[in-house]
Design a protein around this ligand. Sequence first.
Ligand SMILES: [Zn+2]
Length: 153
Amino acid sequence: MTTPETSPQDTAATAAVRKTDEQWRAELTPQEYQVLRQAGTERPYTGEYWDTKTAGVYQCRACGADLFTSTEKFDSHCGWPSFFAPLAEDRVRYLHDRSMGMDRIEVRCAACDSHLGHVFEGEGFPTPTDQRYCINSVSLKLVPRDDASGTQA
Ligand SMILES: [Zn+2]
């Protein structure tokens, strides 16, 4: 890629999984469709994984790509699953989101371009990075594993 970077936060769409709106609608539940394909947000403390401490890999609910692991998950008390980093940087893509009168960084699955949540910086959590990936439970599917760190050589 030789595209000049206007912003280090915005990354180009490289979606390998492409489906029509009709297909997504047929494959996902109404709530999954609303969050993943229409950038909706589940209500805090209502999702499946906000308080989950099970070891495992969090996959994209839409396409099954490995996105996060329990190793990077931390308790932010915000009501959504929070991670200080993705499994690998190339698993997600970033987009400026200026909706709702805010300037936020949207996080999408790099493989299928589905909406996952937002990433926030500088909140002072005691984690290895200064970032909090605030992700909708409904965008994720946890695959329990005894040793989630095994995915990172
Ligand atoms: Zn995906």
